[in-house]
Design a protein. Sequence first.
Length: 746
Amino acid sequence: MTKRKQQFVNHAILAAALVLCSRPLLFGQDGADEKKELPPIGAYVTVTSPIEDATFMTVTKAARDLQHQAEQENRRAVLILQITPGTSRFHQVDGLASELISARHSRVTTVAWIPETVTGHNVILALACNEIVMHPDAELGDIGRGRELTLKQQQDVVGVVEGNRNSKVNRSLAQGMLDRHVTVLRVTVQVDPRENGPTENRVVTSAELQRFRENGMAVFDVKTVKDEGEIGQLSGHRARELDVLVSHIAESRGEIADLYGLPREALRENATVGGVRDVRLIQIRGVIEPVLESFLARQINRCVAEGANLIIFEIDSPGGYLVTSINLAELISKLDPAEVRTVAYIPREAISGAAIIALGCDEIIMHPDAKIGDAGPIEIGEGGQFERAPEKILSFLTESLRTLADRKERPAALAEAMADRNLEVFEVTHRETARVWYMSDAEIHASDGEWTKGRLVPESKPDRLLTVNGVRAHELKLGEEPVADLDDLKQRLGIPADMQLVAVEKTWVDSLVFWLHTEVATVLLFVLAIFCIYLELYTMTGLFGIGSALFFTLFFWSRFLGGTAGWLEVVLFALGLVLILIEIFIIPGFGVFGVSGGLLLLASLVMASQTFGDWGPRSDFEIMTGTMGRLATSVFSVVILAIVMSRFLPQMPVLKQMILAPPGHGHEDEPQLRPGLSGSSAGSYFSDRSDLVGKSGIAVSMLRPAGKARVGEELIDVVSNGPFISDGSEIEVVEISGNRVIVRQT
């Protein structure tokens, strides 16, 4: 082998050795460096007053769950405690504070969130947390509220402060909050006496400052935190200026999420922090209309009443009626998040009104390919064509969407862009905190430079209603991180894998209500109710009158539960019925009372069949036309039935005994009408018999108010002019009106 070849081989061997020796570094160390750090986990609990055992258990359970998960997954954990104003007993607060500073929760960072002023014993819980975040205008302090705590209580408070690992809170600051006679100062001291030695900031009392100076420590930059005689209470803004008490200031939960790198769902009120106690699944499918609204409202109220702390709404709908959708969204959004957690699960689509309902939930969790948005209001114009709704309707809708978004801490501009095709939304960045959000031009201008305008959200380009998939909804902070399926959702929500999620079933009442709203059932109810009235007039037994009342009651009851009827419709129906009865039995002829009563009956039935002023897939006029068509069909059917029944009714074994037979067609021993008197001439017969006025007779049947009476030797049909007249009572003819003989009891 030549010398050159030998050198080449040696170099090759050396290079191979270097590669082999460096492989652990290349693939092991670099691989570890490139491993993605998992995001922190978090939980949010509102600590209400007074603090009692239930609150203690909820907070402790949340802290222990976070500690366990942090240990198992090697992740950071943050527990946000929103501390509310109120009065609590010292031993309850002290017990919870001692639990928070214990080593059992060493991997959990506890953060006290103070959105409004808190004084009294509840302040101790804030001092026990690792960090405090306050609203700039909120205040914290005055633990005794003007009363001095016992020496033992003061020692306990100081012990909590010294064990909480919060660099912004110390013994001196706590003493200032306990005793108004203490002066608290923030000073800079030189900890190393050598020239240009290191310095640090400290919070001290006036007595401690005096000792520093007596010991020859260099003290400078003295600032007063609290003067003697003042109440030991600091605002968030003042505390931040002095760099004491608070780690951060914030105006909303969303800012806290950004400060600690938490997913937004972790900063929502969560009724399942202490564990999923009772979960319910409610499905929202198909067109959203008033009957479905009423059904869902009953189901929601039932779930809450039975103690469910997690309700999942599985939404797969193209939308429906606007007002109905907003009503449902408002109902869901106003549920107390501390009592029940609401989650919108969207496997396919939540469009239009369905998107509005989803915005009312605490969380929106979608399949990556699912769609949400396109909530623009439409109405049906001439020729049945869909048209954009008027500006006043759009204004009403966008205001509702903004309210829902603000309530659930979502970008309001994006929610509005689902309905307003001309609204452009931009990504913005907070000038101080670098928080990313989404706003319209008007909102950016109103912020007066607080937010820096960025790029346009592509889905909000002009002449386009914002619609996004699950992945994009998460990016835009409208929804949470997408899930693949229902099992993935269960894992996300902490639902045991072996727990079966079964959709809430309809009760027999719900099924009956839905069936009674069908066109077939509605026509059947009308036919039976009107036909019973006809039979009652034919027989005057009262039995068929009760039947008619029952069918009309079923109609109005189903509309009550279906959400389209109220007491107004019932009152109008009853008033119309009274007017018609007055026309028939009291005031002769067919005039104002009869026409008015008929119109009131018609109006009540139409009003009970629909809700007016809504904007949905069908217009009010179209629905009203359908209702009147069903009424006309019912009346026509009754006419046909009456013609048929009038022929066979007198021969029916039971009913023939109830029928009021006309004079001359009764029993063989009853007096007969004059031979040759026909139905067509009966009117003239009575008109010519004005001589009957003043004559007396005997009622041979019950007059309710119509019936039969014997006047002289003749049996005739008569009508009472007042109350019912019993069979066998003496009567007197008082008036002849057309073919009606009106009598009174003597």
